[in-house]
Design a protein around this ligand. Structure first.
Ligand code: SF4
Length: 277
């Protein structure tokens, strides 16, 4: 079996940065609390927990240090930490920070915010907090019909960083039909786009694609959606979910991994498949 590993797979810039800040903080400060999972990957989080990171569901004034994850947290947690003297270790990715700033500035100057993405995803909940939870949401083309548009209002469109690039044009054009008072910020991140483009290219050359990522990772799920729309694909968290029968009659195999999948998990999967050969 010939294996083609996507040239863009595994940790993105934002995740690498978050993990490195977390590791340095643990070394320097000892115990560090992380508000929610620092990234969407159980294996990577387990490693950090063994080094001294503790995942918590809520902030507490007794914590000396609180780490904010790469896909961002709600504004209220910054306010709480600042009011109670809790030291913030902010690993929010710069691309997500940029969306927070756009939303905060545009909301302050009187615009209505529309977020294109999954409204229950923590990144999107975080973004919505920067306009006091007033945003409307579009998860897919069908939701455009449900938007409440007032002709006297100006609207600002931002995208969840991991939104599917293939749906961008269609959604923008449908919303543009409903209002002309629209300012669009394409905030889909480059890492996502590169991984999605690369997997579309690979799908032309292979019989099957293995997507490696945590089931809670939005960008990994999107990669799987794209891959499976083009060819037979499987979505696994690590090599424990693989077995030989999955690769019957596969001559050319593509492999990709979400932006929060660590190299050691990708290497394990590649080794497992090479051993089948
Ligand atoms: S996927 Fe993009 S926005 Fe998300 S952490 Fe990585 S670089 Fe940042």
């Amino acid at each position: 079996m010939n294996i083609i590993l996507s040239k863009f797979s595994g940790y993105c810039y934002g995740v690498k940065r978050a993990i490195s800040i977390a590791q340095n903080s643990i070394e320097e400060l000892g115990k560090v609390y992380s508000l929610g999972s620092i990234i969407h990957n159980k294996r990577a989080v387990e490693k950090l927990e063994n080094q001294g990171l503790q995942i918590v569901d809520d902030i507490d004034k007794n914590y000396k240090n609180i780490l904010f994850r790469s896909h961002g947290v709600e504004k209220k947690f910054y306010n709480f930490a600042n009011e109670h003297g809790v030291n913030i270790i902010d690993t929010t990715c710069t691309f997500v920070k940029k969306i927070h700033q756009i939303v905060a500035d545009k909301y302050k100057s009187g615009n209505e915010i529309i977020i294109i993405g999954n409204k229950s995803h923590p990144e999107v909940i975080g973004i919505n907090s920067w306009c006091d939870y007033t945003a409307q949401f579009v998860g897919d083309e069908k939701d455009v019909e449900k938007l409440k548009i007032d002709k006297n209002c100006n609207y600002v469109l931002v995208f969840q960083t991991t939104f599917n690039i293939e749906k961008y044009e269609e959604i923008v054009s449908k919303i543009s039909e409903k209002t002309e008072n629209l300012e669009i910020f394409n905030t889909i991140c480059n890492a996502t786009k590169k991984r999605q483009d690369a997997i579309l290219e690979i799908s032309e050359k292979v019989d099957m694609i293995v997507v490696i990522g945590d089931k809670s990772s939005s960008n990994s799920k999107k990669l799987y959606e794209l891959a499976s729309s083009r060819c037979k694909s499987i979505f696994v968290e690590d090599c424990s979910e693989l077995d030989q029968s999955m690769f019957e009659n596969v001559k050319n195999l593509g492999i990709t991994a979400g932006a929060s999948t660590p190299d050691f998990v990708i290497d394990e999967v590649i080794k497992y498949i090479q051993d089948l050969n």
